[in-house]
Design a protein around this ligand. Structure first.
Ligand code: XMP
Length: 211
């Protein structure tokens, strides 16, 4: 199953609820990042809960273990079902996120490699591969890997096996859903859905790639 995850990076509560409501029948989960959470507060999770979809907190949590625990406790208490963490602070920091997530029946995903051009400055030379080892060591549920580089997704899939891969970079950043969908568990799509004149219709264009 390749899920379609709407990245809801709008900054108005009413707009967020309108787009989520229109798209809900066409998507499998909603990802909330800093743009919406900072604009609307963590209570946005409660506001979106009515749509009955899993809610992923894309806060790229990247602090010391104790602070990561405190952050993730807030995330899951608010009603999110998954959190995205950075792996570069190290295995103990990731483990703190994984433990908090699992204690709440949630999931934790680790950024293995980012989708934008500049990501290669640091997400290269074996770093993504080491981050995949940390995913295995900590029991994290999967990785975030770039739809803009399908060959890298294939390489990382070989390392993480059956753990999930969620992949941003489709649409606005140039990633091709036809190529990436067979490689991953979730397609993360933002601007090409929420920025469309008809977001529900835009979401429906991904239906052929949802398996
Ligand atoms: P667009 O509008 O480009 O939105 O479809 C993509 C969403 O995904 C986030 N993003 C990433 N998150 N690793 C991540 O963890 C990445 O490499 C990455 N690339 C994009 C982005 O913040 C937006 O919410």
């Amino acid at each position: 199953m390749t899920e379609l995850i709407l990245s809801l990076d709008v900054t108005g509560l009413k707009e967020a609820l309108r787009i989520a409501g229109a798209c809900a029948p066409e998507i499998d989960a909603i990802k909330v990042g800093y743009p919406l959470a900072l604009a609307a507060g963590l209570g946005i999770a409660g506001e979106l809960a009515g749509f009955g979809l899993p809610l992923i907190a894309d806060f790229k949590v990247a602090d010391i273990p104790n602070t990561n625990t405190l952050i993730c406790e807030q995330v899951f208490a608010a009603g999110f079902s998954a959190v995205i963490a950075q792996g570069f602070p190290g295995p103990d920091s990731v483990a703190a996120c994984v433990e908090a997530a699992h204690a709440h029946g949630g999931e934790c995903y680790v950024v293995a490699e980012m989708s934008h051009p500049g990501a290669l400055t640091f997400f290269s030379a074996g770093v993504p591969e080491r981050l995949c080892e940390i995913v295995a060591e900590t029991g994290a549920d999967g990785i975030i890997a770039p739809a803009t580089r399908p060959e890298r997704v294939r390489a990382l899939r070989a390392l993480i096996g059956k753990k999930k891969i969620l992949s941003p970079g489709i649409g606005a950043q140039g990633g091709d859903p036809a190529e990436i969908a067979p490689l991953v568990d979730g397609m993360i799509v933002g601007r090409s859905i929420y920025g469309a004149a008809d977001p529900a219709a835009a979401a429906r264009t991904y239906a052929p790639y949802r398996r």
